[in-house]
Write a protein that binds this ligand. Structure first.
Ligand code: GN1
Ligand code: MG
Length: 372
């Protein structure tokens, strides 16, 4: 048994988990928190739990974070019950620790645990377009289910998280400060980002003009933040709820396209592989609009295609800023990882620009079909 196993067992006991420890496996999808799948045997049956070390550098106030998450998942459970669904399978259930809270500071870290949803898996690169349509439906449904949630109950966990103009400012500052001595290596990437500065404020301007509303949004709608059912292939549950905050539907739509309609991983360094799949874009749009077309404003619908560009641009800027800062935010596996990610995202921005007219036509067609 290694140190991590021992740590996990101790933490699990504080969350009231019974049975004999069997194994713990690190999960490597996320760039922020540390996650382990812990397996226990209780009364002859395997019980799986997701044990997470919260990154308190990024999530500075775990009390507010868990408050948001527990309150939203409780609300979702009620909605799912009303729809006749399975609340313990269609949303996450967080355990309480022996301190009475849904998080625990122990062994120098901040921990939380939730039930693993049995017979489920995550996907990083799409194998067939039906999968992406299901993902779109799940995130559309998430938006819809939370449309009556009292937004003022939510803490803004990371202020200005998707405030793209502020992300541009942060890039400019990072380039100026040049903490890691890397600015001269990325002059082309910096000028790519700054040449598109006027795009950064589009969503906020629409909001200020009263054309798009604030909604309860997920804000991290990567395909790997959905669980799929091993038996049926259906999407079951939206996970990674850390960044649920008031936001725009455009954030959730655009970020999902950024990740899922890229024809390769977000850190592929072979830029020729980076393309925008119109086929996948269409599938996601169909799924998303099937779940929430009726509640979107005209301006939201008209900017869905653009939002893919906006969110890809923003994410590229965030990776580049972190590269300039010396890799202090995102987990990296090697020296140039953030730079590779930034280049990949900027290539995708260019690909989206080439396809924007076609993407707008797809949205208009599917929207018209779905409101009929
Ligand atoms: C992070 O935690 P994870 O890996 O799902 C990040 C997102 C980025 C994403 C890029 C809290 O998401 O905003 O879009 O990486 N989450 C946070 O892959 O910053
Ligand atoms: Mg995640």
């Amino acid at each position: 048994m290694n140190t991590i196993d021992r740590e996990i067992i101790e933490v699990c006991r504080h969350f009231g988990i019974e049975g004999e420890f069997h194994s713990a496996k690190p999960l490597t999808d996320g760039h922020i928190n540390f996650s382990y799948l812990a397996n226990f045997v209780h009364r002859g049956r395997f019980k799986k739990y997701l044990v997470q070390g919260i990154n308190t550098h990024v999530f500075k106030n775990p009390a507010q974070l868990m408050n948001n998450i527990v309150s939203v998942t409780d609300y979702l459970k009620e909605e799912i019950v009303k729809e006749g669904g399975e609340p313990k399978r269609e949303t996450l259930t967080f355990l309480k620790a022996d301190n009475g809270k849904h998080y625990l500071y122990h062994l120098g870290k901040c921990w939380r645990i939730y039930n693993f949803i049995d017979n489920s898996y995550t996907i990083n690169v799409i194998e067939n377009k039906e999968i992406f349509e299901r993902a779109g439906k799940s995130f559309g449904l998430f938006l819809n289910r939370l449309s009556g949630y009292p937004m003022d109950k939510l803490y803004e966990i990371i202020p200005d998280f998707h405030n793209t103009p502020k992300r541009v400012e942060a890039l400019e500052k990072a380039a100026e400060q040049d903490r890691a001595g890397r600015a001269n290596l990325v002059a082309d990437e910096i000028s790519f980002a700054l040449s598109r500065k006027s795009d950064a404020s589009v969503a906020l301007s629409l909001y200020e003009e009263g054309l798009i509303p604030l909604r309860v949004t997920h804000n991290d709608t990567k395909l790997n933040n959905i669980l799929f059912d091993e038996r049926t292939g259906e999407s079951i549950c939206v996970i990674d709820l850390d960044t649920i905050m008031p936001g725009f539907s455009l954030y959730d739509f655009g970020d999902a396209i950024r990740f899922g309609a890229n024809t390769t991983r977000e850190d592929d360094d072979e830029l020729d592989n980076v393309k925008l799949s119109l086929e996948l874009f269409e599938s996601y749009t169909r799924g998303f609009l099937s779940a929430c077309a009726g509640s979107l404003t005209k301006a939201e619908v008209e900017h869905l295609a653009f939002s893919a560009k906006l969110m890809t641009y923003e994410c590229g800027i965030r990776f580049l800023t972190d590269y300039l800062d010396g890799d202090v935010y995102f987990k990296t596996a090697y020296h140039e990882h953030n730079l590779v990610r930034a280049r990949n995202q900027f290539k995708l921005v260019s690909e989206i620009e080439k396809n924007l007219d076609a993407m707008n036509e797809i949205v208009a067609r599917i929207y018209n079909e779905s409101i009929q």
